[in-house]
Ligand binder design. Structure first.
Ligand SMILES: [Zn+2]
Length: 242
C-alpha cells in the first residue's frame, strides 16, 4: 500500500510502549485514522508537539498491517495554543473532539463534512468571538445533522403540525400538543429559536440570546446528543458556562 498524504485534526493520543503513541486523527480524505507516531514521547522528537489534540496537521503516513505509521507531520493550524489557554474554550473543545471521535464510528470511511465542521468549530473556538458553549452547541447540532440526526425544530417531529409546544428527544425534536409524550420538556420559544439560529449559523441571533435560553438550549442539545451516541460524551461534565 505504501505512503499516503492527508491532513487532519488530532482527536486524542494514547501511550504505546516506552516512547510511542497511538494518535487518532479525523482526516479530510481518509476519514478517521488511528496511527502510530514513533518516538514522540522522547524530548528530542521531531514531531511530538505537532501531534497533540486540537492541532490541524498535514501528514504523511505509511500503511501498516494493523495501524498505519506517521512518517511526517507539519502543523497547518495550532488551534490548541488558543484553546488550552482558556478553561471554557478547553472544555468545550475537548467535548468537540470527543463528539467527533464518537460520531465518526468507522475508521477509514471518508467523512469530509464532519472534518470540515470540526475544523470550522475549532477555528471559531480559537478566535474567541462567541461564547465557547454556543460554539460547542452549534457544532453538536450540525454534526448530528450531518450524521442524519437533525432534530425537528419548526414542525412537529411526529405529524408535521406547525404549532409546536414541547421538545421530545425520543420523538426527534419539537412536537405539537397532541403528539407530546408525557414528560417531554416544554422549552421557551426563544430556546427553540436559538437552536435554529445555531443550526443555521446565524451568529447575530445566537450572540443576542439570553443566558437562561442558552442554558436551556445546552441542556436539550446535550440530552439529544446523549440519546444518539450510545455512551454519551464524558467531557461534557466539565463544560461550564462562564
Ligand atoms: Zn404532532
Amino acid at each position: 500500500m505504501g505512503l499516503y498524504r492527508d491532513e487532519g485534526v488530532v482527536l486524542r493520543t494514547q501511550k504505546l510502549g516506552e516512547a510511542d503513541r497511538i494518535v487518532t486523527i479525523l482526516t479530510k480524505r481518509t476519514g478517521k485514522v488511528r496511527a502510530v507516531a514513533k518516538g514522540v514521547r522522547r524530548t528530542m522528537s521531531r514531531f511530538g508537539a505537532r501531534l497533540e489534540p486540537f492541532t490541524h496537521v498535514d501528514l504523511q503516513l505509511h500503511t501498516g498491517r494493523s495501524l498505519d505509521v506517521i512518517t511526517q507531520a507539519e502543523t497547518l493550524h495550532p488551534y490548541g495554543e488558543a484553546v488550552v489557554r482558556d478553561y471554557a474554550r478547553y472544555t468545550a473543545g475537548s467535548a468537540m473532539l470527543e463528539a467527533a471521535d464518537r460520531i465518526t464510528v468507522a475508521e477509514k470511511e471518508p467523512a469530509l463534512r464532519q472534518f470540515l465542521l470540526l475544523v470550522g468549530g475549532l477555528r471559531t473556538l480559537a478566535a474567541g468571538e462567541h461564547e465557547p458553549r454556543l460554539v460547542l452547541d452549534a457544532y453538536f447540532l450540525r454534526s448530528l445533522a450531518v450524521a442524519g440526526y437533525a432534530p425537528a425544530l419548526t414542525e412537529c417531529a411526529r405529524c408535521g403540525a406547525q404549532a409546536v409546544r414541547a421538545f421530545a428527544i425520543a420523538a426527534g425534536g419539537v412536537v405539537c400538543a397532541r403528539c407530546r409524550p408525557a414528560g417531554a420538556a416544554v422549552p421557551a420559544a426563544e430556546t427553540i429559536a436559538l437552536m435554529i439560529a445555531l443550526l443555521r449559523g446565524d451568529w447575530a441571533a445566537a450572540d443576542a440570546s439570553e443566558p437562561r435560553h442558552r442554558a436551556e438550549c445546552s441542556g436539550l442539545i446535550a440530552a439529544y446528543l446523549q440519546w444518539h451516541l450510545e455512551h454519551g460524551i464524558r467531557s461534557l461534565r466539565h463544560v461550564e458556562r462562564v
